[in-house]
Design a binder for this molecule. Sequence first.
Ligand code: PA5
Length: 455
Amino acid sequence: MIRFDFSGVTDKLLGGRGIAVSDIEAIVPALACAHETIMAARAKREILFYDLPNDNTMIEGVITLAEQLKGRFKNIVHLGIGGSSLGPKAIFQALKDPLHNISAEPRLFFMDNVDPELMGSILENIDPRETLFTVVSKSGGTAETAAQFMVVYDLLQRTLGKRCHDHLVLITDPEKGILRKLAVADGIASLSIPPEVGGRFSVLTPVGLFPACLLGIDIQAMMAGAGKMAACVLQGDVFKNPAYLYAAVHFLALARGVNISVLMPYSNALYDLADWYRQIWAESIGKRHSLKGKDVYAGQTPVKALGATDQHSQVQLYVEGPFDKIVNIIDVATFRKDVPIPHVFGDTDEMGYLAGKSIAGLIRAEALGTKGALIESGRMTSHISLETIDAGTLGGLFMFFEAATACMGYLLDVNPFDQPGVELGKQITFDLMGRRGYEGKFRSSSPVERMVIEL
Ligand code: PA5
């Protein structure tokens, strides 16, 4: 289903700049230590994402609620930000038609920012009487989602009166936070995000599964794919565990100054997966403190790119610029649709060679072309090949990258599951917006205000 080829980072193909198998063997003790940490935390249910595919109660809860609501709404509007929206967005793009919102229902819109124009436009284009709003916040306290929810709640109340609650599903912590309080107090339909699963690891909880299920995506197949991958990425042996290998080559690359990790799918359907990866890799391993509290300023900047489009934007830099990137290419063997290239202009040199081929054949050749050019230029590249894009494969990819991220965090001796930098930004926003208990905490000491130049 999914094949991981890391030959493009090795000394065999890259010479002196490459990683030798003996380099990977040298970090086997560190990998064993990371593995033990993961297994111990998993045994104590502190790390739960590996086990989500076996949580039938959670999966059935999602299916039951989706069944009750299916067919009742023309639109779904998903409120949430960061880990509360990147996963469902990646699922939607990967598994539904690129023009789904034009050609089918229910249409799905993501309010994943507090951009007033985005929000205003979505609200102008939906009828609240025909719309279900999924409100997703693990903490319940994120300002962006709270503000959106207030706008939507008011709109629903004004349009539907008491029936407004029938147009809401709240997805949040099972016990804590304002959303849970409201769900309990007002009897609003809700689903729970397991407390042990952090936002960016939550795609395989109701956060990603519920909107997917409303759109008719086979979430059981997705979880089966994730479960199959979990069995594979829980193995201790790095040479049998593709997620540990992915982490190991990124760790060794980072030690050689490769501080950028590009994820470059050759498929538009997987571009939002690259966006999801950008968050999990950045937020999980970008840390000031080591596990023992020392300043380490760890991290490797994730970048998303799209093949073949970015061959005409980014690849010049990747092939000839600084030796600071590992480019992880994803390509697809069998696309769900293909378009044959007809025999027009067949007698010209410029176009004739394309006649009789297919668009899928061309994009695949472009992926191999970029891989070849990178290797030829001594740049690190790994290659993830998918047989096709379906629910099972996507579930497998989520699990693969989650496991790789956990391992990379522990190899770097940081906690991959916290996000103190994000929390700090949230608190400064609370202060600026006048939330009780946060007044003046940051504003007066912030040097930023003194640096504003008005033009
Ligand atoms: O990964 C994380 O924890 C964050 O990106 C959160 O998902 C994001 O900040 C949104 O938080 P919440 O779901 O609590 O509203």
